[in-house]
Design a protein around this ligand. Sequence first.
Ligand code: ISL
Length: 572
Amino acid sequence: MPTPPNPMPSPKWWKEAIVYQIFPRSFQDSDGDGNGDLRGILSRLDYILSLGVNTLWINPVYPSPQRDNGYDISDFQDVDPRYGTMADLETLIKKLHEKHLRLIMDMVINHTSDEHVWFRQARTSRDNPYYPYYIWWPAEKGKPPYRLGFFDPAGEAWNYNEATDSYYLHYFGVGQPDLNWDNPKVRQELYKMLRFWLDRGVDGLRFDALTFISKDQAFPEITPKILKEKYRDDWGNYYATGPHLHDYLRELRREVLSHYDCVAIAEASGVSSDTVLDFVADDRQELDLLYHFEGMLLGTLPRGFKRPDPAGWDRGEFKKLYTRWSEVFDHRGWGTIYLGNHDQPRMLSRWGDDSEEYRDCSAKLLFTFLLTMRATPFLYSGDELGMSNIRFKSIDEYEDIETRLMYEKLKAEGGDTQGFLQDQQLMARDNSRTPFQWSAEPNAGFTPGRPWLKINPDFVKVNRDAEEKDAASVLNFVRRMIRIRKQYPALVYGSFSAMTHDSSPVFAYNRTLHNLTLSVLLNLSSADQPFDGLFSPPSAGDVLINNYPVLQWTRQGLQLKPWQALVFVCGR
Ligand code: ISL
């Protein structure tokens, strides 16, 4: 007998998880220093619970010089005073567990800060026992082969260190030296550190830049031609092909993960739908989940090089891509879905339409999409209010190392800095890092002090308080969608089948489990769209979700309003 298209997968808590990501620095400040902190999160637990989410992911809160917002860790096993204390973190874990919420912590194990004691030791001499904790190119061999450093002013991943007369490798900023995973001591130290957190009750680990940990230390020449032909012109694709990557992931599973009931999630630049199962299929014994960048690339300008066209991403490709990423897990593995996070602009501004007219309905549509796909949804804090890009005008308003360095580099090269600033209004990471908008009070109720990053002036209208009072707000819609996802297992485990494969902006699909089908219709555009497929009022079933007060049937089928999102339920 042929296998059914989507057999019921084995249930797991992390397949049923609805993850809410908090960028702690911007969520809630409790002590007036202008930075969000752990006590701030604790004071907002009721709000988080009211959303209906069951899992929290927080970005790094470890001691750090904060050159890359905590992704440059100087001590893996403590809490940065600006976020609070270890006791605050322990209280957070305890309180979350009392309320049946799980906690995912961010683990940055591809690199450390240059202020980490390992690196402070390593850089003093080639004989130092910590020298082999990092990756070096001795100067007597000449200049090292070119590698791209994402956050480097010269775009170079090698930095010369005088005391050792050698260059250290840093795929990100100069203050983020890459760890040498080929050194078994490094791996054992990291495993010990991970156990430290898991022993404290952390339920999941989100591994930063995990696909980059293994490097070919013969450092072959990667010419522009090779990069283009073999790696689709993306250094991330090359960095994700390290020779021992899968060995290390299997070892990580064996030594650490397999001993805990935890979920392991990789941030996985360079992984495509062709290779994802090598990481997350059960029999691989590596990871549980990963999140890919293929969706993001569809709406990305190659780092500041092209004029943005916010409405310009290809709807047909979008549908194809997410259908492909759903189907790849039909029989093995499990996926994740997201449209924004701390590294991306606000999802409403990038994938929806944040104009006065369509911001509400397009935000609601995007949540309908995230919460009806066959994958674990990652929701980014603030999106549930329909927060949008701040669109800074001047470079001085930016805090982010990425934007600031790209600007400096361009300026030094005599490039088009004005065009770049315009692009950043769509793409910059700081767009999604502005403080959470709690109320119309000064500083949006985020801090009594001076916020570390400017608050989006639209907070006087777009804020939690106002949306609480409005039954038709984005916030209340999100709560409803979350309830529905929890109420219908078909939305988690049911099969996914796309209803159409055309290039129209209407994304239509069915989610079916046993005798129940939920049909989802999404008009991903700011124009009316006909939908003539397969549908007539009685057979469509009952309307479960409609982000408009109307539903317009014609002889040909449905006439969808701009950004209209519909969910029908049929069967029982
Ligand atoms: O490699 C990339 C593109 O080819 C990047 O998208 C890369 O994967 C991504 O920037 C990694 O992000 C993570 O690590 C960074 C940090 O700044 C980000 O905030 C974090 O999410 C360095 O730790």
